[in-house]
Design a binder for this molecule. Structure first.
Ligand SMILES: O=C(O)c1cc(=O)[nH]c(=O)n1[C@@H]1O[C@H](COP(=O)(O)O)[C@@H](O)[C@H]1O
Length: 275
């Protein structure tokens, strides 16, 4: 999905919500355990209940990788179940020396090799240009670079100052030379409030993937106030607050209710920029 198509989906659905399929077998409703692949069944029902309210699904691969072959199969099958009109994110946080990154890129971008054809992968920028380039070399695909994350550990490195800039500002400034806003997004935690102003100084046009509303308590209002640009420029993720709204048989219905609340807030924010 390209930038224009993302913007069209935002306008059409009046939403910039990504639902995070951080599906933990220990947290899903017990009645699903009778299925051959309970994680897949859970994901299917969540997707069916929410797809008109979100523009994206973010699959955090850790929740699948930890379950070995069955987990990886659930990842592939969930990928295949994602609606065509949603932007797919493999949240794998990869990045290694060039030839290894090429393999990581193939794992998510080359369906002939892996059966998966995600629109994007999250990438850790710490190893620099040659570790990110292999993801950018795939035509029509996106790399989503970690910039200023939502967790307390973001202070350890990302917010250290060198000269007139913090480390995350160096990351954005430098990586902007590798690709433009049609291929590169940045992760910025919803808990960063006015920190979005610093991000927008260096990335005025890029879409930002913003996790941290819902369970981590980030404010959607602040994210929009400080981070929105004329194209919206935001894909805001919520995982646990939506997918685990109920542990009962009504889990999909309750997930829809939670997604709807977020979507309605997003619609109000989009009206402010006349979307
Ligand atoms: O890259 C991410 O998606 C990410 C970056 C970040 O700074 N903070 C963060 O929470 N995430 C991911 O976003 C999701 C947040 O989940 P909830 O807190 O349950 O909404 C998880 O999949 C995290 O791994």
């Amino acid at each position: 999905m390209n930038r224009q198509q993302i913007i069209e989906q935002i306008k059409k659905k009046q939403s910039f919500l990504a639902i995070g399929l951080d599906t933990d077998i220990n947290k899903i409703p017990k009645h699903l355990l009778k299925y051959d692949n309970p994680v897949l069944e859970f994901n299917k029902q969540i997707i069916e209940a929410t797809q008109d309210l979100c523009i994206s699904y973010k699959i955090n691969t850790a929740f699948y990788e930890c379950n070995g072959i069955k987990g990886w199969q659930a990842l592939i099958d969930t990928f295949k179940y994602l609606p065509q009109d949603t932007f797919s994110i493999a949240d794998a946080k990869r990045g290694d020396i060039g030839n290894t990154s090429s393999m990581y890129a193939k794992a998510f971008f080359d369906p002939a090799a892996s059966e998966m054809d995600f629109d994007s992968v999250t990438v850790a920028p710490y190893m620099g240009e040659d570790s990110v380039k292999p993801f950018l070399d795939f035509e029509g695909k996106w790399a989503i670079l970690l910039a200023l994350t939502s967790n307390s550990g973001s202070h350890d490195f990302q917010q250290l100052k060198d000269g007139d800039k913090k480390f995350f500002e160096w990351v954005i400034e430098k990586s902007s030379q590798w690709a433009n806003a049609d291929k590169l997004m940045y992760v910025v935690g919803a808990t960063r409030g006015e920190g979005f102003l610093d991000i927008r100084k260096y990335a005025p046009d890029n879409f930002l993937l913003v996790p941290g509303v819902g369970a981590q308590g980030g404010s959607l209002e602040d994210v929009c106030k400080y981070g929105m640009n004329k194209d919206c420029g935001l894909i805001v993720n919520s995982s646990r607050a939506i997918i685990y709204a109920s542990a009962g048989e009504d889990f999909a219905e309750r997930a829809r209710e939670e997604a709807l609340k977020v979507q309605q807030q997003m619609r109000n924010e989009l009206q402010k920029i006349h979307f």
